[in-house]
Design a protein. Structure first.
Length: 381
């Protein structure tokens, strides 16, 4: 792929989108290098002093440029390690170019690659695997060149004896330093139910990593079949989930994004790479063309509003605030996500000026009134 190529994305559903670049972005979290010990990882994953819900609701704008790609199976199954390094560079070069073209004055914040990206072609796990020491210099150089975080999945040979192997997602920061490693908790089994992905050792935890733009979790492919990881990441305040996968399925990522009110960025070998929003909808995607990249801007300080009289699918806010407000509204869902483009005003203040409630709070208040009027909660089987 030529680095300067811009790959268009599609919006699905009956959606109205108004995205105006903010004058500046506000960083609200410190970079924390996730320690290696389980106890330290648990401590790093604890809730911050200011909750994510408060930041999301009451915080100033936090614009984040996320990038992803459609890898192609030739890379995953056939390419040598050196060729994979080159493809990594090509993909992130293209993401950075698209960020520069589509969002002038902003840099790429996060690049997500697909499952098994960094490994060797082989049917044997011990030959597929790489050590962190042999791949980190090239990954670090790519991250430093573009000043972005990267999630790089790999078949990882652990630094222990006897050898063990993990299906891992390695997070590096803008300086190319390891900011955390997620080891796939739910590897696939063979049909005899004897081995996990040729001999992988399943991970034991669902860490959330601090970045300078927000709190990031990672899930890998078959993890999508199990609800525990997605719930654990939400409980720890994850705001973006990087889903590195071999499957392009959409129903479950959409469900988790809606249920837990976070963004999901998927990278796959085929069909599409997508950004799922907290409405449970694919907000942006690259489709069908292997080697395509997608860069999309999200704001982690947002409000969700369902249909309200006077909202007018978002136009009611723009009549009052003009370009100071942006939104993604889907008429088919009767709901939208709204954010502030003014670094001096929060989206919460904009919504308060109209008195619009958020759907979750509206549903709970309605439930309490229903129980009060009937005299008790509904009888369940």
């Amino acid at each position: 792929m030529k680095p300067h190529m811009r790959i268009p994305f599609q919006l699905r559903g009956r959606a109205r989108v108004r995205c105006v670049a903010a004058a500046s972005s506000i960083a609200v979290c410190l970079v924390v290098l996730t320690p290696a010990t389980p106890a330290a990882r648990a401590e790093a994953s604890a809730q911050p002093a200011v909750s994510v819900a408060e930041l999301r609701r009451d915080g100033l704008p936090r614009k984040v440029l996320v990038g992803t790609e459609i890898t192609g199976y030739d890379v995953i199954l056939k390419d040598t390690l050196e060729r994979r390094f080159q493809r990594m560079d090509d993909f992130v070069d293209a993401m950075a170019a698209q960020a520069k073209s589509s969002y002038p004055g902003k840099r790429l914040d996060l690049a997500v690659l697909s499952e098994y990206f960094m490994s060797r072609p082989s049917d044997k796990l011990e030959q597929q695997a790489v050590t962190l020491a042999e791949v980190l210099p090239r990954i670090s150089a790519c991250a430093k060149l573009h000043g972005c975080y990267m999630v790089v999945p790999m078949v990882l040979r652990e630094d222990v004896t006897p050898a063990t192997y993990s299906n891992a997602g390695v997070l590096v920061d803008r300086e190319g330093r390891v900011a955390g490693i997620y080891r796939k908790v739910h590897p696939c089994t063979d049909l005899k139910y004897e081995l996990l992905e040729g001999g992988m050792t399943p991970g034991t935890a669902f860490p959330v990593f601090e970045t300078d733009f927000g709190r990031l979790g990672i899930q890998i492919c078959y993890d999508v079949m199990y609800a525990d990881g997605w719930q654990a990441l939400a409980k720890q305040g994850a705001e973006i989930i990087a889903l590195a996968s071999e499957t392009p399925q959409t129903a479950r990522p959409s469900m988790y994004a809606l249920q837990h009110r976070y963004y999901i960025v998927s990278a796959t070998p085929r069909d599409h790479a997508a950004v799922y929003n907290p409405l449970g909808l694919i907000e942006a995607q690259a489709v069908n063309q292997e080697g395509s990249v997608l860069v999309h801007q999200i704001d982690l300080s947002y409000a969700i509003v369902g249909w309200q009289e006077g909202l007018d699918e978002g136009r009611g806010l723009t009549r009052k605030f003009g370009d100071k407000v942006g939104y993604y509204y889907n008429g088919g869902e009767d709901a939208g996500i709204f954010w502030s483009n003014d670094p001096a005003i929060t989206v919460r203040k904009m919504m308060d000026s109209f008195g619009f409630p958020e759907p979750d709070a509206d549903v709970e208040r309605s439930r309490l009134l229903q129980d009060k009027v009937r005299g008790c909660p509904p009888v369940l089987p």
